[in-house]
Design a binder for this molecule. Structure first.
Ligand code: AMP
Ligand code: GLY
Length: 428
């Protein structure tokens, strides 16, 4: 069998998990990454090209001639990297810009949901600060949810507890330009309550195959306190996502979204991220992302039993309906070790102990996904806010969590911070 070489765009824990899934594939030959990171460099040849450098990545692809390019992060997808790679004749995994807009513009995604009756919070959009503030005053319902239209590194959502905070949020977006162009239009929406569930789904634009569900932990500190982060830990499957809810989501959310995008002439090919809230009135969409979640991927892909390359090919060839995707019955947990101070100011360049030459911890069923590390003179150094995603599988969630936390105990770096309650809500 002729093996396939794959270039993965991105350099975080999610990309490390994707690279590891590809490394397990019998169909995959060489692995490349741009820019990759310290941990990824042990499994893929890394090239110092930024994921947002569209033309730089296209040039790299021309040099390496991979069989597939897997574009993992949101910015290059929204900026049209897949379109450019396809123009140059490369096969890809990831949506084109006209479908990635599902994450790139909340105004677009809210309007799509309204038009096609997909359950989500009711909303209005504004470009004028006075009109936005007047609307919030009329609604007089707090907390008020105020969102930037565009990408904002996960910081473009403000939940304002009173009118003063709401005014500050509106002004920071529409008047002060704190979020640049991303905040030049805003969405103000109904505040929903209920537990959150992430469902990632493979789709070729026609068929949708949801993966195992997961639960993120977005706040920096235990008991969901502190600032929002990119995600401090995850578990899969999410026990709150029952078979009934799964069936409801397939019927009312997943299929309608895929069909809506098809009807709009924007077929979505790749991984679609459904951020759901299980409200008293049923499951509703909080957000779509046009890519694998981080750190959701770190707990979902280790449970994938089907060869990921078979899925990538089926999505590209639009034959996902012919593939039976198999999942392990096990559970998986990921605890993120972050730099002290993250998501605000933090230091980097700290040496890590407890990792072997491959950047792993040597424990059974345990994998250390590198999120922000670099390799210098053979040593792993911290190089980002989220540093490691310490991940383990087990026959149930409790076992997986115990294993992950045992590994966290042996790994250390100066001022390392991690949550001690990942998965606590989910373990009975
Ligand atoms: P997003 O970036 O859209 O995922 O929003 C970040 C977080 O804000 C979500 O994970 C939710 O916890 C919260 N959030 C967003 N929209 C709402 C809403 N309409 N009601 C309640 N919480 C929300
Ligand atoms: N973990 C949340 C995200 O990937 O957007």
């Amino acid at each position: 069998m002729e093996k396939m070489n794959v270039l993965v765009i991105g350099g975080g824990g999610r990309e490390h998990a994707i690279v590891m899934a590809l490394a397990k594939s019998e169909k995959v030959g060489k692995l490349y990454a741009a820019p990759g990171n310290g941990g990824i460099s042990k499994y893929a040849e890394c090239f110092p090209v930024k994921a947002t450098d569209i033309e730089g990545c296209v040039e790299l692809a021309k040099k390496l001639s991979p069989d597939y390019v897997f574009v993992a992060p949101d910015d290059p997808l929204v900026l049209g990297m897949v379109d450019r790679l396809n123009e140059e004749g490369f096969k890809t995994f990831g949506p084109r810009a006209n479908a990635a807009i599902l994450e790139g513009s909340k105004v677009f995604s809210k309007a799509l949901m309204k038009k096609y009756g997909i359950p989500t919070a009711t909303y209005e959009t504004f470009t004028d600060a006075d009109k936005a503030i007047k609307y919030i005053e009329e609604q007089n319902s707090f907390p008020a949810v105020i969102k930037c239209d565009g990408l904002a590194l996960g910081k473009g959502v403000i939940i304002a507890k009173d009118m003063e905070e709401a005014k500050d949020a509106v002004n920071s977006m529409l008047l002060d330009g704190k979020f640049g162009k991303s905040g030049s239009e805003i969405v103000i929406e109904e505040f929903l309550t209920g537990p959150e569930v992430t469902v990632l789904a493979f789709t070729d634009g026609k068929t949708v195959k949801p993966m195992i569900s997961s639960m993120d932990h977005k706040r920096a500190y235990d008991n969901d306190e502190g600032l929002n982060t990119g995600g401090m830990g995850t578990i899969a499957p999410n026990p709150l996502y029952t078979d009934d809810i799964k069936a409801e989501c397939m019927e009312k959310i997943f299929m309608p979204t895929i069909k809506a995008m098809q009807s709009e002439g924007r077929p979505f090919k790749g991984c679609l991220y459904f951020g759901l809230m299980l409200t008293p009135k049923g499951a509703k969409v909080i957000e779509y992302n046009c890519r694998f979640g981080d750190p959701e991927t770190q707990v979902v892909l280790p449970l994938l039993e089907t060869d990921i390359m078979d899925i990538i090919e089926a999505v590209w060839e639009e034959k996902l309906d012919t593939l039976d995707i198999k999942w392990s019955e096990k559970a998986c947990a990921c605890v993120v070790m972050a730099s002290g101070g993250y998501p605000e100011k933090y230091e980097t360049g700290k040496e890590m102990s407890g990792l072997d030459e491959m950047g792993q911890c040597g424990m059974a069923d345990t994998f250390v996904y590198h999120a922000g590390t670099k390799l210098e003179n053979g040593k792993f150094l911290t190089a980002g806010g989220r540093v490691l995603g310490v991940t383990a599988t087990g026959e149930n969630l409790k076992v997986a969590l115990d294993k992950a936390y045992k590994a966290v105990d042996v790994i250390s770096f100066e001022k390392a911070h991690y949550r001690k309650d990942i998965g606590k809500k989910a373990v009975k």
